[in-house]
Design a protein around this ligand. Structure first.
Ligand code: FES
Ligand SMILES: [Fe+2]
Length: 445
C-alpha cells in the first residue's frame, strides 16, 4: 500500500481531528454562512446554460438565490435574484431564456443586464422615481473551463489566485467541451460536509464499494493538497486493485475498455496487470482517428480516474472522456440536511477528427457509460430532483457507487448527533478530509 501525499502548500500535512459540532450545530452553520458561503468562490452552474444573451439559470444556495444570465454584451453575470422594490424573488423558473425579467408583484421590470427598465405608475413616487440605482444587485462572476463561478463577497480573492495550480492541472481536461447528459439532485439527511468528507478519502472503498477492486487501483493513488483547501486524488484505472487476488482474465470492465478501442481481451490472459499500459498506448494511437485529441494529456491521464475537490463544495471526478460534477449545497436552516447535485458531462468524439466511423469510447470511467459521437437528437436533460428514500427503494439511481454512498450518509449524520460521539479520528488515508477541515478552521477559528 503506497500513501503518496504531495503537499503543494506551505502548511504541513497534519492530522488534527475535529469535533462533531460543525456537522450538527446551528451556531456553526451561521458562522459558515458568513465565513464560507459569503466569502468563497462557488460553482454556480454550467456556461452552456447561458450560451446566448438572455439565457439564465438560478443557483440555489441555502437562503440565497443567484440569477446567472448572459448580458447584452455577452458577459456572464450573476445577480441576487431579488426585486429591488419590496424584495420579492424575481425569477421563479430554474432555467430559461428571457427578454427581460418582470417581477410578478408590481411588475417592476429589469433588462437582461440587470437595469431597472420599467416601473409602473412612475408619477406616484413623489420623492423621485426609482432609476439606475435600483438595478439588480450584482455578484462577482467568473467563467472557467465551462463552469460559472460566483462569489458573494464585496472584494473576493482574485479567482485565478483562488484556483492556484488547479488551473494548469485541470485545464487540459476540456470540461468546457463536454456535454451535459444527466442532471440530478437528491435531498440528503446529512450535513453538506459529510458529503465532501465522503468524497475525500478512499479508505471506505474496499468496504462500501467492493466492485471497485475490479476497476481501479485504490491503493496506489496519489493524493494532492493545495492552498485554500483544494485537494486531489489520482487513481490508476483500467486495472485491478493488487491488494486482492489478480484474476487470470481481464475483468468485465477491462473487457469493455479493451474492446472499445479495438483490442482483444483474450490477448491479456494471465497479463491483467498489462491492460492499463496497453490502453494508454492504444488510445494514443487510435485517438485522433476515432475523434479524440489526447495531445494535452499524459499517458497516465489516458487510463486513470482523477478526482479534484475545489473548496468548499465542488467535487470533480473525471477521465478525459467524462466528468461528474458533485456538489452538496447547504440547507437554508437545518445543519442535518443538504441538497446534493450530480451533473454528468461527456466528451463526445469529434466527427471532424475521426477518420473511421467508430468513436473512441471510455477506458477510464470506472462505472459509467461510454462516450461516442453526440446523438443527433441531443436535448439538454431536465434536472431530476428526488429524496434519498427514492435511491434506497431503488426507484432512482445515481450509479451503484454513489447510491452506496448516499444510502450510508444519513446514518453518519444520525451517529454524529449522538451523545456517544465527540470527535473524528482520522488516518493518513483521510488526509484530504483533514485538509478540507483545516481550511474550514482557518475561516472559522
Ligand atoms: S416587489 Fe417586485 S415589483 Fe414590487
Ligand atoms: Fe464512496
Amino acid at each position: 500500500m503506497t500513501i503518496n501525499i504531495v503537499n503543494h502548500t506551505e502548511d504541513p500535512a497534519r492530522i488534527e481531528n475535529f469535533s462533531k459540532e460543525r456537522f450538527v450545530s446551528k451556531q456553526y452553520m451561521e458562522q459558515e454562512w458568513d465565513s464560507v458561503w459569503k466569502t468563497q468562490w462557488l460553482l454556480a452552474g454550467l456556461q452552456s446554460d447561458v450560451e446566448n444573451p438572455g439565457d439564465y439559470f438560478i443557483f440555489d444556495l441555502g437562503r440565497e438565490q443567484i440569477l446567472v444570465t448572459q448580458t447584452s454584451e455577452k458577459k456572464v453575470q450573476g445577480f441576487y435574484n431579488v426585486c429591488q422594490h419590496r424584495g420579492n424573488r424575481l425569477v421563479t423558473e430554474e432555467r430559461g431564456h428571457a427578454v427581460n425579467f418582470r417581477c410578478a408583484y408590481h411588475a417592476w421590470t429589469y433588462d437582461i443586464d440587470g437595469n431597472l427598465s420599467i416601473v409602473p405608475y412612475k408619477e406616484r413616487f413623489t420623492d423621485g422615481a426609482p432609476g439606475k440605482e435600483r438595478g439588480l444587485k450584482k455578484v462577482h462572476t467568473e467563467c472557467w473551463n465551462g463552469f460559472v463561478f460566483v462569489c458573494l463577497a464585496d472584494q473576493p480573492m482574485p479567482f485565478k489566485e483562488f484556483l492556484g495550480p488547479l488551473d494548469d492541472i485541470l485545464s487540459p481536461y476540456r470540461f468546457d467541451k463536454m456535454t451535459l447528459v444527466q442532471d440530478q439532485t437528491v435531498d440528503l439527511d446529512c450535513n453538506w460536509k459529510a458529503v465532501i468528507d465522503n468524497f475525500s478519502e478512499l479508505y471506505h472503498v474496499d468496504f462500501l464499494h467492493p466492485q471497485h477492486k475490479s476497476m481501479v487501483d485504490c491503493c496506489n493513488d496519489t493524493v494532492r493538497l493545495f492552498e485554500f483547501g483544494h485537494t486531489g486524488v489520482e487513481v490508476p484505472g483500467a486495472t485491478v486493485n493488487p491488494r486482492f487476488p489478480v484474476p487470470e482474465m481481464p475483468t468485465a470492465i477491462q473487457t469493455v475498455q479493451l474492446q472499445s478501442i479495438g483490442l482483444d481481451p483474450a490477448d491479456f490472459k494471465g497479463r491483467v496487470m498489462d491492460v492499463r499500459n496497453a490502453v494508454q498506448k492504444q488510445k494514443r494511437q487510435v485517438g485522433l482517428e476515432r475523434g479524440m485529441d489526447y495531445s494535452g494529456l499524459s499517458d497516465d491521464q489516458l487510463s486513470d480516474v482523477w478526482q479534484y475537490n475545489i473548496f468548499p463544495n465542488v467535487v470533480l471526478s473525471f477521465t478525459p472522456e467524462h466528468c461528474w460534477v458533485l456538489r452538496p449545497r447547504p440547507h437554508p436552516t437545518d445543519p442535518s440536511r443538504c441538497e446534493f447535485d450530480k451533473i454528468s458531462l461527456v466528451f463526445f468524439a469529434d466527427p471532424a477528427l475521426a477518420k473511421s466511423g467508430e468513436a473512441i469510447m471510455s477506458a477510464g470511467r470506472h462505472d459509467q457509460g461510454q462516450s461516442a459521437f453526440a446523438p443527433e437528437d441531443y436535448n439538454r436533460p431536465e434536472r431530476d430532483v428526488f429524496h434519498y428514500d427514492a435511491v434506497i427503494s431503488g426507484e432512482k439511481s445515481m450509479t451503484d457507487t454513489i447510491d452506496q454512498d448516499v444510502e450510508l450518509l444519513g446514518g453518519v449524520q444520525r451517529g454524529m448527533s449522538s451523545s456517544g460521539f465527540d470527535t473524528v479520528f482520522l488516518n493518513e488515508d483521510e488526509m484530504r478530509v483533514q485538509h478540507f477541515h483545516n481550511r474550514m478552521n482557518r475561516l472559522i477559528p
